[in-house]
Ligand binder design. Structure first.
Ligand code: SF4
Length: 198
């Protein structure tokens, strides 16, 4: 039986290490997808894109790259500028990313959609899975429910990222998370792994 294709929305290369390694073991063919428009500034987006490119070379599979359109992302979320990390702006940000991924999956007739976002111990996996299912359904694809931080997923991703020499960022990604020193990315200020939440 041939593997079922799944479009894997990748939030960053370190977070993709474990999902990309594990899903084929479950019988899935991973098609990685990069959104990126939430990342600020452009140099940072380029750095993260290059890290994913390096992972893609290692995994022997090309990435579906989306166009970098930070202005459109900022315009969509600017009314939520004062929200704290983990608040309404982040919910909308997840939705924008997952909706773009669902649109791409549908256009490419990839029947399944999933995301690496649930590997972070600091992100709401239940919310992410609910939003993912909503976006997938809107575009006629199925959502693959996963919480990748389970079974030591986050710690494994830190170990693999170090082994592969992948760039690991110090803030979640957007202008707001950068300027407020926010860090929901599972790293300490020096980029070391934080304790994993239950
Ligand atoms: S902190 Fe992260 S999840 Fe929240 S809006 Fe910024 S980039 Fe998106």
């Amino acid at each position: 039986m041939s593997a079922q294709r799944v479009l894997l929305h990748v939030c960053c290369a370190p977070d993709a290490t474990v999902p990309w390694a594990d899903l084929p073991g479950e019988g899935f063919e991973v098609v990685p997808y990069w959104y990126g428009s939430n990342i600020h500034p452009a140099e940072e987006e380029k750095r993260r894109r290059e890290a994913l490119g390096a992972l893609s070379l290692r995994m022997g599979r090309d990435v579906l790259w989306d166009e970098y359109m930070p202005g459109a992302w900022l315009k969509a979320v600017s009314h939520l500028a004062d929200e704290p990390e983990g608040g309404e702006r982040c919910s909308l940000c997840f939705r924008l990313q997952l909706e773009a991924a669902a649109r791409r999956a549908s256009a490419m007739e990839i029947p399944l959609l999933c995301t690496t976002l649930t590997i972070s111990p600091h992100k709401n996996a239940e919310l992410i899975n609910a939003l993912g299912a909503e976006c997938a359904s809107k575009y006629g694809v199925a959502w693959l429910v996963r919480v990748f931080r389970k079974k030591n997923g986050f710690v494994r991703s830190v170990t693999l990222s170090k082994e592969y020499g992948l760039y690991r960022q110090l803030y979640c990604g957007c202008l707001y998370s950068m300027t407020r020193g926010g860090n929901d990315h599972g790293t300490t200020a020096r980029g070391e792994a934080s304790p994993v939440a239950p």
